[in-house]
Design a protein around this ligand. Structure first.
Ligand SMILES: [Zn+2]
Length: 176
């Protein structure tokens, strides 16, 4: 038993499935959950379990490997002398992947929040049209460049509050 197996209990099936799905799609979930259960498996064992085409399995494993979600030990078969790939699930990397994703989302949210909080917006009220910053609205003499309607000041305090809440929620979550 290694430390990974203890961590595998903490990183539950739901989180593992979510990460597998993001990286390599629905079929990756089957492979990750199988590796999570067995600890280690060869291509042939994964094939027997999932009944997916071998090339497709390799493609998925390679994607997961790129994110270090799986690790690979290469052994030589004593009889055939061919390489056998033994795949291992790496639960600690699942956690790292989630942390990185949170950081990326947080970065995007913060940029958006700053933009929303530091600008006044003007809007024609037509759903398909954009909202303009004060500078742009002024350049357009307060007329929408798409539909031609007059631009009115647009209260974005709801969006600012929503963004602030989401940033706060993520920041609280990642510190625990
Ligand atoms: Zn418009």
């Amino acid at each position: 038993m290694d430390g990974c197996e203890t961590l595998a209990v903490i990183i539950d099936d739901e989180i593992s499935s979510k990460v597998a799905r993001i990286i390599a799609g629905e079929d990756a979930v089957k492979i990750v959950l199988f590796l999570k259960k067995t600890g280690k498996a060869t291509n042939d064992q994964i094939l027997a379990e999932t009944e997916l085409p071998l090339n497709y399995i390799r493609k998925i494993l390679f994607k997961l490997y790129n994110y270090s979600i799986v690790q690979c030990d290469r052994l030589r078969d004593k009889e055939t002398r061919w390489f056998i790939f033994n795949w291992r699930f790496q639960p600690d990397q699942v956690e790292g992947f989630i942390t990185n994703m949170k950081k990326r989302v947080l970065g995007i949210l913060k940029v958006r929040l700053e933009y929303e909080a530091n600008n006044d917006f003007y809007y024609c009220g037509t759903q398909e049209c954009d909202k303009y910053t004060f500078e742009t609205a002024m350049e357009q003499v307060f007329r929408c460049s798409v539909c031609g309607k007059p631009l009115q000041h647009h209260d974005n305090s709801n969006i600012v509050k929503l963004l602030r809440d989401r940033v706060e929620k993520i920041e609280k979550g990642s510190s625990t």
